[in-house]
Each structure stands twice: as structure tokens, then as C-alpha cells.
Design a protein around this ligand. Structure first.
Ligand code: GLU
Length: 474
């Protein structure tokens, strides 16, 4: 289905607004992706805002990890990121404007008073509401110099309705929405205020974020209305769940994006594709390029129920993208894992890549499968490989050695012919010979095709490795 030019919304601005209190997690990366694609689809702008107002928990390391993760996925913002903390003066300015217009008030309730009211509500088993008398009371002389917070006067009757682009119509009774704090008693702005002011000043038209923020939207909207600002379209995306159906957490092995890259050995395009399909669909398309994603992405395709994270599916997809990837690029990615820094080694790896990448699901596996090319004799055998080299296998290997040593040329065709002849003459199935041969040549029971292994190693090295295990003379 092609999207016609007419369904493009003009002037779209989206933003990804992570709090830099930890790594860029997988849910955050997906939020960034959806914001990016929505903006790209409509020819709009995609921005990044670092919500670093929590000074105790925000760290430069986290900011760097978020930047690196976004860069790796190709999801950096169109402009330099906005740092929320730097904008504190502007947030205060808006709070003051709300005080002046009568949409906010100074509340002198002390924390002791609030605590007593909270306890009373608890004892009476009714929900606690702030209901500050200062909403309608004018401070007198005795309030001079007393600490206060600034609260928004939220509507107390009726309901607030959000037509969410993902969740549909959601309504909350206004009596359930407290007069929340805009400025704390030390004069610092709250997160709720900062988000609204920043979204407005950045011209954000579509707020696409995790549905754990849906409650916040019911506070943010009255604030937007009190300022008379344009209301954004909200799209609250269900959170990602683990295979067991519970919200994805560290317990499920949910990692930072850097770990998906380094420890899991993923390609960014694989994670991009996987995250896209996690909670969004376009017919039954599974393999979706960046271009197709940009063309197809819409909020209508975002599912209402949480998607489950499936590592197996992710790795399958990664295997697909490894097979598609350019060989030279894979060499660059795998060489450091093999601590390969010489040109000859890289050249050999490049030569082997078409065979190696056919069977790897991640870059670590790919590196592991290339390991045999670079080990020195005598090879250390894995347990499985050692068990293949039994008394039955050794004489077969000796015959293979002789046949290979006699081969006139050393190419796929000749080594194939030599090995098949040995198997036929010994009256064994090819596998009976190929398995111990693989063990002798690679030290492992898995490898690319055995003829490829022979050719990649070259005549001298291959023969020497066979001799090491067969007792045949070099
Ligand atoms: N900083 C918030 C978070 O990391 C997101 C706020 C928002 O998107 O409005 O969860």
C-alpha cells in the first residue's frame, strides 16, 4: 500500500525526551524510533530533549550512553539536543505568568499539614486529595516570608478527555486531578511544568511516548490550556513486556542498547527492524527497511496491547541482516573481536566471510566461527571435536591426508573430489569422514562447509592440521 502525499500532516514536530538516569533502554529506543519515523513520514522534524532536571540521578555517563545508542541506531535528533535543566529560568517565567493570570496560586500548606491530611484520609479509607484552601485564599501579612509552593488551579468539575492516537478516547474526572505543584518551595520548577513548557517552546505537535505517561497527560493538558497554547496530539504507546507477559525489566535480561550491540552482537538495522515490529505492524511485513518504514509508519498501526520481547525472533532477524550485510563491513565489526590487526588476517577473514556469515546469528558467533582461521597448531580441541577423533577416524584422516596431498590443485573442486573418493573407497558415508576432518581442521564440531574450510586454510596449513590428528607424516 502506498501512502499518498495527501495524508501527510504539515509541520509535524516530535521529540524523544529521555531522563539521563541510566542507559538507553530498549523501550526508550523504541519510543525514539516511533518519534523519528512519524516525523520522517510526514516530512517534519524530530528532536531530542535530555530531561536532566533530576540533578541527583542524572549523570554525564548516561547522557553519553543515550547519545551513543541513538547514534548507533541512526536516531539522533535533527538539531542539537535541548537540555531541560538549562531552561529552568524559562520554566519559572511561565509559572509566574500563570500566577499573574490567576491560573496558579501560592500554597502555604506545610508538609506537616499535608501529612496529617494524608493520614486522616487513609484512616477514613478515602482517596487523599490536596484540596488546598489557598486556591481561593489571599495570603495575608502572616504569610510574608513563609515558604510556599506554586500550584496549578486545575478544573474541579467535569472531565478531561484525551483523544489518544493509540489508546483512543480516554477520560478522567477532573476531581481526580490534584492541583499539582509547578514550583517547589525552593523555587525550582517541577518536571510536569518543564515538560509542558519545553514541548511548547520546541513546537512539538505530537507527543509519542510510553503509556506510563498517560496519567501525566491529564495534568499537562490543563496546564497547556491555562497558557492558551496549542494542544499536541498524544500517542501513548504500550510498554514492552517480557516473554512471561510482565513489564520488561532487568529481570528479563533487558539491557541497555550498548549491550545489544556489544554483548549480543547485533547490527543496528536488525534492532531497528525488530523494535519497529514490536508494537507496530504493516500487514504481515516482517523485514522492513528504513525507507519502507519511513513510507509506511503511522500511529494507526501501533497496537493497543503490550508487545512481548522475543530474543529468538530478534536473533533470527539479526541473522538475516548479517547475511545481507556487506562483507567488508562485517570484517570491520568482527576483526576487533578476534584481535586481528594485520592486513593478511583481514584479507583471509574477508575471503571467508561469504561462508561464515551464512550461518551466524550474531557478530560474536561470527567471530567465533572465524576463530579457526587464526589459531596456531597444534589446535586445542573442543570436547566434542576430541570425541570425533577416535580410533576409527584416525586411519580415515590418514587416507584423506594422502589423497589431498596428491591433489594437483587446491580448489573447491579438487578437494571435494579427493575427499569423496576417500569416503567411497573406505565405504563410509561422507559425514563419517567430514566430521573428524572438521574437528582436525578447526578444533570444533561446527564450521562452514568442510571443502570451504580446506580451501580457506590453504594447502600447507590444512595438511599440517590433518597430520597433527591422524599421525600421518607431513
Ligand atoms: N523523561 C521522561 C522519561 O524518560 C519522558 C517524558 C515525556 O516523554 O514526556 O520517561
Amino acid at each position: 500500500m502506498r501512502v499518498s502525499a495527501s495524508d501527510k500532516i504539515p509541520g509535524v514536530v516530535t521529540r524523544f525526551a529521555p531522563s539521563p538516569t541510566g542507559y538507553l533502554h530498549i523501550g526508550g529506543a523504541r519510543t525514539a524510533l516511533f518519534n523519528y519515523l512519524f516525523a520522517r513520514h510526514h516530512g517534519g522534524k524530530y528532536l531530542v530533549r535530555i530531561e536532566d532536571t533530576d540533578r541527583k540521578r542524572s549523570t554525564p555517563q548516561a547522557i553519553e550512553a543515550i547519545h551513543d545508542g541513538l547514534e548507533w541506531l541512526g536516531l539522533l535528533g535533527d538539531d542539537k539536543p535541548t537540555y531541560q535543566f538549562e531552561r529552568a529560568a524559562r520554566h519559572v517565567e511561565v509559572a509566574n505568568a500563570l500566577l499573574e493570570s490567576g491560573n496558579a496560586y501560592r500554597c502555604y500548606l506545610t508538609s506537616e499539614e499535608l501529612q496529617a491530611r494524608r493520614e486522616k484520609a487513609q484512616a477514613e479509607k478515602r482517596p487523599f486529595r490536596i484540596n488546598s484552601e489557598w486556591r481561593d485564599r489571599t495570603p495575608g501579612a502572616e504569610q510574608d516570608g513563609q515558604p510556599f509552593v506554586v500550584r496549578l488551579k486545575t478544573p474541579s468539575e467535569g472531565e478531561t478527555v484525551i483523544e489518544d492516537a493509540v489508546q483512543g478516547r480516554v477520560a478522567v474526572k477532573n476531581e481526580e486531578i490534584d492541583d499539582f505543584i509547578l514550583l517547589r518551595s525552593d523555587g525550582t520548577p517541577t518536571y510536569m511544568l518543564a515538560v509542558v513548557v519545553d514541548d511548547h517552546d520546541m513546537g512539538v505537535t505530537h507527543v509519542i511516548r510510553g503509556d506510563d505517561h498517560l496519567n501525566n497527560a491529564f495534568r499537562q493538558l490543563p496546564l497547556i490550556r491555562a497558557m492558551g497554547w496549542p494542544e499536541p496530539t498524544y500517542a501513548h504507546v504500550p510498554l514492552i513486556h517480557g516473554a512471561d507477559g510482565a513489564k520488561l525489566s532487568k529481570r528479563h535480561g533487558a539491557l541497555g542498547v550498548d549491550a545489544y550491540r556489544d554483548e549480543m552482537g547485533l547490527l543496528p538495522e536488525a534492532l531497528f527492524n525488530y523494535l519497529l515490529r514490536l508494537g507496530w505492524g504493516h500487514g504481515d511485513a516482517e523485514i522492513i527497511s528504513r525507507e519502507e518504514a519511513t513510507e509506511w509508519f503511522d500511529l494507526a498501526g501501533v497496537g493497543k496491547s503490550p508487545a512481548r520481547f522475543d530474543t529468538k525472533k530478534l536473533l533470527n532477524l539479526n541473522g538475516h541482516y548479517i547475511r545481507e550485510a556487506d562483507d567488508a563491513r562485517l570484517v570491520e565489526l568482527v576483526a576487533p573481536k578476534l584481535m586481528l590487526d594485520d592486513e593478511a588476517g583481514r584479507a583471509l577473514l574477508l575471503k571467508a566471510m561469504p561462508e561464515l556469515k551464512a550461518r551466524a546469528q550474531d557478530l560474536n558467533q561470527l567471530a567465533e566461527s572465524a576463530h579457526f582461521l587464526f589459531v596456531t597448531r597444534p589446535l586445542t580441541m573442543s570436547e566434542k571435536a576430541a570425541s570425533l577423533l577416535d580410533d576409527e577416524a584416525r586411519p580415515l584422516l590418514a587416507r584423506a591426508y594422502a589423497a589431498l596431498a596428491a591433489a594437483e590443485r587446491w580448489d573447491l573442486e579438487s578437494v571435494d573430489a579427493a575427499i569423496r573418493t576417500v569416503a567411497e573407497e573406505a565405504e563410509v558415508k561422507l559425514g563419517k569422514l567430514a566430521q573428524p576432518l572438521r574437528a582436525a581442521l578447526t578444533g570444533s564440531n561446527t564450521s562452514p562447509g568442510i571443502f570451504d574450510v580446506l580451501v580457506l586454510l590453504g594447502r600447507d596449513e590444512a595438511l599440517a592440521r590433518i597430520a597433527d590428528q591422524s599421525g600421518a607424516k607431513e
